[in-house]
Design a protein around this ligand. Structure first.
Ligand SMILES: *Cc1c(COP(=O)(O)O)cnc(C)c1O
Length: 464
């Protein structure tokens, strides 16, 4: 059926109205529904799959199918009792901005293709730098997450440390380049090594520095480092939440051809709080920082930021020239990112910070950390063993031997009141609790504690 332009505009507005109703129903059900998905991926693929359709169908029908079937395959990770991985929700202003951005469908690669896309990035960048207490003239890339933020920042690092030895790696490539010494903590995040691999530096080439009992890199165990070298530190261990002593590491390795990078996927946001910022003292002395916005800042997926003190190093590693591209305007997003065409990711960061303000971000950090401490206290009181110093928003807990802990995790997930994942810590199986969502209330913590302790009691009775 052909539709004239007027009709098609009507129907798309109707369609978006329908989305709004369905979205409202989803959001209303979030706090009370089971956190786990009702249907698995194979089942969903079958329900939505089948032969490639020869003819299309009306959009309203497709939306209904997607909502009715697809929403059964959602995890309530946007809800208040999801404590898996490090998972933020989406503060209302940023979710709404995300909708509007989708309607605008801006290609934010350039000021020319989207003035607003370029503008919000510039503003968001200044705000993020100020919130995190990082040098105001730093360059940054708005990317999909901390994995790509590590990648982009390390591309700048690779360029800079080799340039200090007279070698332009971005022109000449790694073949024939002086070898770069890579240094990373024993407990560095897995995505860092993936970034090393993507940069041609090798996933298994880094010198690993021993960690202390909390997973912090030991500054006193750093090897003697000769440049060109890249030293990768971490603020916010994905299990314990602990921070590497970045200031001391910077002091120990400071040279022109040694670059210090900080993976601060969530931990960097502690710097927005006066109370928790002290954990990350000295972090501002590093050369680059990777962080996520979709974790602790609570913007929708996918959103991360690579920040580099020497903006030129990032720009030279990432910039692009072509006859049809604009020249000589202001800050061009495509000069800093691995991607060219991309959505206007800065909008959600701008909206989140505008809605929370400096104090709101600090309060979000402090509140989630307080929730984590309450978790730890409630678990300890019930006789469970908390394995880490709960300095941030992360709690690691053991319920006895590895089999028992695994069984508790399995049953907590099946129970569906809340969701916690598992990990290995200091040679043992542990349950991870990460409190990162703006939506979590004290009541959610008490309900989750009761559910977990109920499961623990059930497992003990079965064993006894
Ligand atoms: C989550 C995390 C990453 C990876 O972030 P993505 O957003 O999943 O790419 C890297 N480092 C640390 C410390 C993390 O916590």
């Amino acid at each position: 059926m052909r539709v004239d332009r007027h009709e098609s505009r009507e129907s798309i507005c109707e369609l978006l109205g329908d989305v709004q109703e369905r979205a409202a129903r989803f959001l209303e059900s979030l706090p009370e529904r089971r956190v786990t998905a009702a249907r698995g991926a194979d089942d969903l693929a079958q329900a939505l799959g089948g032969a490639l359709p020869r003819l299309g169908r009306p959009a309203s029908e497709i939306l209904a199918q997607l909502d009715e079937i697809g929403s059964q395959g959602t995890v309530a990770s946007a809800g208040p009792r999801y404590f898996g991985f490090v998972t933020g929700g989406a503060v209302p202003a940023s979710l709404a901005a995300n909708w509007l951005a989708a309607v605008w469908d801006q290609n934010s690669f350039s000021e020319v293709s989207s003035p607003i896309g370029a503008a919000v990035e510039s503003v968001a960048l200044q705000w993020v730098l100020e919130l995190l207490g990082l040098p105001a003239t730093s360059g940054a890339a708005f990317v999909t997450g901390a994995t790509m933020a590590n990648f982009a920042a390390l591309a700048a690092a690779r360029r800079s440390v080799l340039l200090a030895h007279g070698y332009d790696v971005d022109r000449a490539g790694l073949h024939g380049a002086p070898a770069i010494t890579l240094v990373a903590g024993e407990q560095a995040h897995a995505t860092l090594f993936k970034a090393f691999g993507m940069l041609g530096l090798g996933r298994e080439q880094a010198v690993r520095v021993p960690a202390d009992a909390q997973g912090r890199m030991r500054a006193d165990a750093l090897p003697k480092i000769a440049g060109p070298a890249i030293v990768c530190t971490q603020v916010g261990n994905v299990n314990s939440g602990a921070f590497d002593p970045v200031g001391a590491i910077c002091d120990a390795v400071r040279r022109d051809d040694v670059w210090v990078h900080v993976d601060g996927a969530f931990g960097l946001w502690a710097r927005a709080s006066r109370k928790f910022g002290a954990l990350a003292a000295g972090v501002e002395r590093a050369d680059s920082w990777a962080t996520d916005a979709h974790k602790w800042l609570n913007v929708p997926y996918d959103s991360g930021v690579a920040i580099v003190r020497d903006a030129d190093a990032l720009r030279c590693a990432m910039s692009l020239e072509a006859a049809y591209l604009p020249e000589g305007l202001g800050r061009e997003p495509f000069d800093y990112t691995p991607e060219s065409s991309r959505r206007a990711r800065g909008l959600e960061i701008w909206a989140a910070i505008a809605s929370l303000g400096r104090e709101g971000v600090a309060e979000l950090v402090e509140r989630t950390c307080r929730h984590a401490r309450r978790f730890a206290e409630g678990l300890r009181e019930a006789g469970c063993e908390v394995l880490n110093d709960v300095v941030l928003n992360q709690v690691l807990v053991s319920f006895g031997d590895d089999r028992t802990t695994s069984e508790v995790i399995r049953r907590v997930q099946r129970d569906g009141t809340c969701w916690c994942g598992g990990t290995r810590w200091d040679g043992r199986t542990a349950m991870r609790i990460s409190v990162s969502s703006w939506a979590t209330t004290s009541d959610d913590i008490e309900r989750s504690l009761a559910a977990i302790l109920g499961v623990v009691g059930g497992v003990a009775r079965k064993q006894g």
